[in-house]
Write a protein that binds this ligand. Structure first.
Ligand SMILES: Nc1nc2c(ncn2[C@@H]2O[C@H](COP(=O)(O)OP(=O)(O)OP(=O)(O)O)[C@@H](O)[C@H]2O)c(=O)[nH]1
Ligand SMILES: [Mg+2]
Length: 204
């Protein structure tokens, strides 16, 4: 019998901020990661999803999240806030460290069941965004796209952007705003589906 996950988040706790892969939780709960360029809104969206403004650290300065941040939801699965990529204003060495950490995580995390790639509704996807999606496709890791900051566009423009991204990447996309909460329910439902599919395969 497949265990059904509740739709609502009833509890969320911050487990830790890890700079090294061998420090991350080793239990077998599934993990869904949030990735995207620096400042795209990963930490804000995560806070909106779990209903706490202060769970993940947010800043107006890009480059706020520099480690793998684990949040345990309903004692059942982890949401993982990843460092942003493509931030030009940090040293090459730092950028390499963050990139290496993200890559090591994606390559080695056995419990990663899917990834939410965030794209800013007002920007074009970068080569790194393309690269990440291609890599996930090749590795067989399911992906979703969250189009962020849709409160900055009118409704029609935001919808067009979602459709355009879905067409270009052939991946389901959801328009979101961490300011208004638009897209929260849909994204949570999609995250839940990723986990349920994974649990079904493991016959949990
Ligand atoms: N208007 C608007 N601003 C947003 C939204 N989401 C995030 N922001 C703002 O964008 C900035 C960056 O947000 P973060 O959530 O820290 O972005 P991040 O992707 O985690 O950034 P790094 O940790 O540096 O990779 C902050 O100033 C947020 O307040 C949104 O939905 N709407
Ligand atoms: Mg962040």
């Amino acid at each position: 019998m497949t265990k059904t996950l509740p739709a609502k988040i009833s509890s969320c706790s911050f487990i830790g901020s890890f700079f090294n892969l061998n420090q991350i939780p080793q239990d077998h709960r599934p993990q869904v990661a949030f990735a995207g360029r620096s400042n795209v809104g990963k930490s804000s969206l995560l806070n909106r999803l779990v209903g706490s403004k202060k769970m993940a650290k947010v800043s107006t300065t890009p480059g706020k999240t520099r480690s793998l941040n684990f949040f345990l939801v309903n004692d059942q699965y982890y949401l993982v806030d990843l460092p942003g990529y493509g931030y030009a204003k940090v040293s090459k060495a730092m950028r390499r460290d963050w990139g290496d950490l993200i890559e090591a995580y994606l390559r080695n995390s056995e419990n990663l069941v899917g990834l939410v790639l965030l794209l800013d509704c007002r920007r074009e996807p970068t080569p790194e965004d393309h690269q990440l999606l291609n890599w996930l496709g090749a590795a067989g890791v399911p992906a979703l796209i969250a189009i962020t900051k849709t409160d900055k566009l009118n409704h029609d423009k935001a919808n067009r952007k979602v459709l355009q991204v879905e067409r270009d990447f052939k991946v389901p996309a959801i328009g979101c705003s961490s300011v208004t909460g638009v897209g929260k329910k849909e994204l949570l439902g999609a995250v839940r589906n990723l986990i349920q599919e994974y649990n079904k395969d493991r016959r949990l």
